[in-house]
Design a protein around this ligand. Structure first.
Ligand code: CDT
Length: 316
C-alpha cells in the first residue's frame, strides 16, 4: 500500500541504561539495532533520546574539564556516528538524535545539550540546543546524585525553530523543555505539526527534591499531552530509561496525537521501539478551530508577563 506523504510512521526509540564506560561504538550498535527494527516496521522517522550516545553524565561531579569533555561530540556525523547516518540514508529513514555538542563560537568554547534532525537522505536539516537547563551549577556533596546541567552546558542560543521537511513542519526540544508551555507555543506559532523530544528523567531524587513517584509519570504525560493539544501538534517523547549506574530513570516513552491522546506508549525500561502512524493532517482540525491562533489569540492583552522571566506580583 502506498502511504500518503502526510502520514509519517514514527519510531520512538527508547533506550535502556547506558553505562558510564560503555563505548560509543557499543551504543551506536544499539541505535543501529533499533534502526533495523524501524526499517522492518516501515518507519519514516526514528526519534532517539536526549544525550543518546552516552550515560547521563550530569549526575556526576567531575573536577577536570577533560573528564566532562569526553562525553561531547566535536563533529556530527563523527567517527562513531557516521555508520548511523549511512544506514539510515540506505533505509530512507530520517532521525532525530540527542547528543552533547562542543563547538567553537567567536573564539569561545561552548557546550550544548543538543539534538539534530536528519532527513531521509542523511542530510542534517535542523539543530536545536536545549534552552531550559534544570538542576544546579554547584557540586552538592550531600546529594547522592548530582544534576549538573547548569554547570556542564550553556543555555541554547538557537530559539525554537521549525523546519519544513519530510512532508511536514517539524520541531524539536529536549527533556526539561517539555515541561514549559512556552516551548510548545513558540513552535505552535510557527505552525509546527510534530515536536520530537528526548529525555533523561530520574525517577527518584529529582533536582527539585522529593515527590511521590506516581507524579513523575503524571507530569511527563500531562506536559506532553497538553502541549500537543494546545498547539494542535504531534509530540514524540522518548525516554532513556531504567537503572543507569544505580540511578533509576523513568521510561514512559509516548506518542501523543494533536487531540492530546496517547496513541502509543513504551512498556519496558529498556531498548524498545514504539511505533505509530502519525497523520500530519490530523493537526488541521484544531489549528482551524479552537486553536486557530490568528482568529482567537489576543497578544495585545497578554502584557508584560510574557516578557518577564519571573513572577510579576500585583502591587500591594
Ligand atoms: N534531563 C532533564 O532535563 N531532566 C529534567 C530533570 C528531571 S528530575 C525529575 C526533567 O525535567 O526531566
Amino acid at each position: 500500500m502506498v502511504k500518503s506523504n502526510r502520514i509519517l510512521t514514527v519510531g520512538a526509540a527508547q533506550l535502556g541504561p547506558i553505562g558510564l564506560n560503555e563505548s560509543r561504538e557499543a551504543v551506536v550498535d544499539r541505535l543501529l539495532a533499533l534502526l533495523e527494527t524501524a526499517h522492518d516496521r516501515g518507519c519514516d522517522l526514528v526519534v532517539f533520546p536526549e544525550l543518546a550516545l552516552t550515560t547521563f553524565f550530569p549526575r556526576w561531579y567531575f573536577q577536570e574539564q577533560g573528564a566532562i569533555d569526553r562525553f561531547f561530540e566535536t563533529a556530527m556525523p563523527g567517527p562513531d556516528t557516521a555508520r548511523l547516518f549511512e544506514r539510515a540514508a540506505e533505509y530512507g529513514i530520517g532521525f532525530c538524535l540527542g547528543f552533547a555538542e562542543l563547538v567553537q563560537q567567536d573564539g569561545e568554547t561552548m557546550r550544548y545539550n543538543a539534538c539534530i534532525l536528519v532527513d531521509k537522505e542523511g542530510t542534517i536539516v535542523g539543530k536545536y540546543r536545549k534552552v531550559h537547563l534544570p538542576g544546579h551549577a554547584d557540586h552538592l556533596p550531600e546529594r547522592k546524585w548530582q544534576h549538573l546541567e547548569k554547570a556542564y552546558f550553556d543555555v541554547g542560543d538557537l530559539g525554537f525553530p521549525v523546519w519544513r521537511t519530510m512532508g511536514g513542519i517539524m520541531g524539536m526540544c529536549i527533556c526539561n523543555d517539555r515541561r514549559w508551555p512556552e516551548t510548545y507555543r513558540m513552535m505552535g506559532l510557527q505552525g509546527v505539526e510534530m515536536i520530537m523530544l528526548g529525555y533523561n528523567t530520574p525517577a527518584t531524587e529529582p533536582p527539585w527534591g522529593f515527590e511521590p513517584t506516581h507524579l513523575a509519570s503524571l507530569h511527563n504525560n500531562l506536559s506532553m499531552q497538553s502541549g500537543a493539544y494546545q498547539n494542535a501538534t504531534w509530540v514524540i517523547g522518548v525516554a532513556k530509561a531504567g537503572r543507569e549506574e544505580g540511578c533509576d530513570m523513568m521510561g514512559g516513552t509516548l506518542i501523543v496525537a494533536p487531540t492530546g491522546e496517547i496513541v502509543a506508549q513504551g512498556r519496558t525500561l529498556d531498548d524498545e521501539l514504539v511505533v505509530a502512524d502519525c497523520d500530519l493532517d490530523a493537526c488541521n482540525h484544531y489549528k482551524n478551530t479552537v486553536f486557530n491562533f490568528a482568529e482567537h489569540r489576543q497578544p495585545d492583552q497578554y502584557g508584560l508577563i510574557t516578557e518577564t522571566a519571573g513572577v510579576v506580583l500585583p502591587p500591594e
